[in-house]
Design a protein around this ligand. Structure first.
Ligand SMILES: *Cc1c(COP(=O)(O)O)cnc(C)c1O
Length: 224
């Protein structure tokens, strides 16, 4: 079943980027494995998926221990400062840097182990009270502020669109985030990854310039 889902997703990715000057190899598919058992994750890994995303530290760590060390793990959920220590050694990219307070905690912890933490700055693109992330107008100053943290490097932006039935409704948010992504010019900040798009809206996100999508349900089926 995963094999067929993956085939369909890859086809949909190809179609969505056909009007852009991007190749399928330029798109990073992050398979979101919250509530997915390690055996199933391993199956996906054997089918050639190398990037996996988890949103809760406690759920992720026991699974990560059981899975191939070559896997690249992405942290995509809200990260509490007291969990930073557990996240840094195992996750290659944190998509959800949503406050300067969190950046400070990451800096402190990364410095201890002399590592560089790779992060994406999360933007609250729908300006929703229920969601985390910097507000649009806060992003430029935040990026400058973040360059002061020497053990943290920003590699791009992440956004979660409001949930809607018709993904066309969120196109303007994705378009705006891509515009910001292109516009940013802060020394020390590399705008490499634009993480936007989930099962419900990844095609629209890809059409609007995403190069990293986070897909759970379309790959593994719906969780309970
Ligand atoms: C769960 C989750 C996803 C994947 O959602 P699906 O709709 O299952 O594809 C993507 N991003 C974040 C931040 C998530 O929490």
């Amino acid at each position: 079943m995963i094999k067929e889902n993956l085939r369909l997703i890859r086809e949909r990715i190809k179609k969505a980027i056909s009007k852009r000057s991007a190749a399928a190899e330029d798109i990073v598919l992050v398979a979101v494995t919250k509530a997915v058992a390690p055996e199933i994750i391993n199956e996906a890994w054997e089918l050639g998926i190398n990037n996996f995303g988890e949103n809760r530290v406690q759920d992720a760590l026991p699974k990560i221990e059981l899975l191939p060390p070559e896997i690249k793990w992405h942290f995509i959920g809200h990260l509490q400062t007291n969990k930073v220590r557990q996240v840094l050694p195992v996750f290659q990219l944190i998509h959800s840097l949503d406050s300067i307070k969190l950046a400070r905690a990451i800096q402190k912890e990364a410095q201890k182990t002399n590592m560089i933490a790779n992060v994406l700055l999360q933007v609250n693109i729908g300006e929703e009270k229920s969601k985390y992330g910097f507000l649009w107008e806060e992003v430029p100053d935040a990026l400058v502020e973040l360059t002061k943290f020497k053990n943290l490097k920003v590699f791009g932006l992440m956004g979660i669109a409001p949930y809607v039935q018709n993904p066309e409704e969120v196109r303007p948010y994705f378009r705006r985030l891509h515009g910001l992504f292109k516009e940013i010019n802060v020394p020390g900040v590399e705008m490499k990854y634009l993480s936007m798009g989930m099962s419900n809206d990844f095609e629209v996100a890809l059409e609007e310039g995403a190069n990293m999508i986070r897909v759970g349900t379309a790959l593994f089926g719906s969780r309970g």
